[in-house]
Design a protein around this ligand. Structure first.
Ligand code: HPA
Length: 277
């Protein structure tokens, strides 16, 4: 079966459960950031296990379900947890859930993740709006025959992070009193954290934060012509920038500590974005 048919099968399965009305916004909630979807009203929860070909997350802090619901009257669909290339999934599997969100008809996608801070002005617990990314994963979800029904062979990535939505995100942060940082996200495959030398290299390349997700999803969304904006939760200082050893426990702890601020920012962003979409 080709990817288009697989995505179609998942879209139908979600619509059978949640109805045909297209959601306005899609959310990808990363490590420890899934709680936001628990607050949606009229929730319909679809476990990934119930969707054909959907990959199942093996990482702690990733619930592994789609939540369709309303936020202040705006219909949204959220991925509570994602899968990563390092779990052993093929690129098409990593981006299948995002393609399903896009094909459900969302007008925009908010991607979120946990990331290590490379910019020396960042502190653990900061939130960073993604202005752009560096795809250093070594893979691209569009490799292979191009699906002309989905999008062009060579999609433009000049505005992969939509300038208008970034402006909305800045406004939402201001209104909520959140000191939102901004920067370039470097996506690597993982799963080992970076060495201090790699972090120095990434800083030289122009990265402000580093993580193991997101870039493939953003490429898949750009291919489908869906606008994207992104928020990283800086869960730790990147390797070599603090005396502390890097651990997933620290990542999970920080994400948990900022989840209320994160939820306020996302909530205000959804309110404001819905008005311009
Ligand atoms: N490096 C890569 N991925 C991450 C990090 C990091 O320091 N923190 C959270 N995700």
């Amino acid at each position: 079966m080709d990817t288009f048919a697989r995505v179609s099968a998942c879209v139908r399965a979600v619509q059978v459960r949640a109805g045909l009305q297209p959601p306005t916004l899609g959310l990808v909630l990363g490590s420890g950031l899934g709680a936001f979807a628990d607050a949606l009203t009229d929730r319909v929860v679809v476990p990934y296990a119930e969707l054909p070909d959907f990959p199942k997350s093996s990482v702690q802090g990733h619930a592994g379900q789609l939540v369709v619901g309303n936020h202040h009257g705006v219909r949204v669909v959220a991925m509570q947890g994602r899968v990563h290339f390092y779990e052993g999934y093929a690129p098409w599997q990593v981006v299948l859930p995002v393609r399903v969100l896009c094909r459900l008809g969302v007008k925009a996608l908010l991607v979120t993740n946990a990331a290590g801070g490379i910019n020396t002005s960042f502190r653990a617990g900061d939130l960073m709006a993604l202005t752009d990314h560096l795809n250093l994963t070594g893979w691209n979800p569009l490799v292979g025959p191009n699906d002309e029904q989905a999008g062009p062979r060579f999609p433009d990535m000049s505005h992969a992070y939509d300038p208008t939505l970034l402006q909305v995100l800045r406004g939402a942060a201001k209104a909520e009193g959140v000191a939102l940082k901004e920067g370039v996200y470097a996506g690597l495959s993982g799963p080992s954290y970076e060495t201090p030398a790699e972090i120095r290299m990434l800083r030289t390349l122009g990265a402000d934060a580093v993580g193991m997700s997101t870039v493939g999803e953003v490429i898949a969304a750009a291919h489908l012509g869906v606008k994207v904006t992104g928020i990283s939760c800086i869960t730790n200082l990147a390797a070599g920038l603090s005396a502390q050893k890097l651990s997933h426990d620290e990542v999970a702890e920080t994400a948990n500590r900022v989840k209320d601020v994160f939820s306020r920012l996302v909530s205000r962003f959804l309110d404001d974005a819905a008005k311009v979409l």
